[in-house]
Every structure is written in C-alpha cells, then in structure tokens.
Design a protein around this ligand. Structure first.
Ligand code: SF4
Ligand code: SF4
Length: 108
C-alpha cells in the first residue's frame, strides 16, 4: 500500500498514462467554450496590431502583414482584443455567441 504522506522522487512515482498521443493546442478547438464572440470590422481596422499582440490564444489572423480576421476555432471570447483596440478604431465588437450563431443560421 502506498504511503501518501511520503515524498517520492520522480523515479519512485508510479507510471501515469497518456490516454492518446500527445495533443496540440492547434487541434484543440477551444472556440466552443466561447460566450462572447469578437466581430472584427475590416473597414474600421487601422492595422495597429494591438489585438494580435495581446490575444492570449493567437487567434488574430494575419496574412501578408495584415490583420484579416479572427480564428473562431480557437478564440475563447475573452474580449482582450476589443479592449485593446484603440478608441479611434473600435474595430472589434463583442457580441453574445448565441446571438451571433442565430444571425448566422438566419443568413443561411
Ligand atoms: S476574444 Fe480573446 S481569444 Fe478571442 S481573438 Fe480576442 S483576445 Fe483573442
Ligand atoms: S487592435 Fe483594432 S485597429 Fe488594431 S489591428 Fe486589431 S482590430 Fe485593427
């Protein structure tokens, strides 16, 4: 029986299991957790890259040196990008995910 009060070295620790092959945050779609969705407006965006610099999930999409949108598969909807977007731009608006989905379904 293991004595849980005893400190173990790493060699004494029992083997633990990895259920599947090691994962990657690229394949783990955290966007499904989102309550709020950032909506990016290309007309208002001044390409300052503040959203890109502050996004904790690397979810600001950049192509050819320009912000082009948001990776909704990984964006958790924290709202930092909208908060950091300069007041003179206000190019990112946070909307309820449920409302955004409803609008999408009506548009189809
Ligand atoms: S809401 Fe958060 S996770 Fe999503 S793009 Fe903005 S900063 Fe990144
Ligand atoms: S912070 Fe706002 S203005 Fe700056 S790149 Fe991002 S969306 Fe565009």
């Amino acid at each position: 029986m293991r004595d849980y009060g005893k400190l173990l070295t790493w060699r004494e620790e029992p083997m633990s299991g990895i259920i599947e092959e090691p994962g990657s945050s690229v394949h783990y779609h955290t966007g499904s957790w989102r309550t709020y969705r950032p909506i990016w407006d290309s007309e208002k965006c001044i390409q300052c890259f503040r959203c890109w610099a502050y996004c904790p999930d690397a979810s600001i999409l950049v192509e050819d040196g320009k912000v082009v949108g948001i990776d909704y598969l990984h964006c958790k909807g924290c709202g930092i990008c909208a908060k950091e977007c300069p007041p003179k731009a206000e190019a990112i608006e946070m909307v309820l995910e449920s409302e955004a989905r409803e609008k999408e379904s009506q548009a189809v």
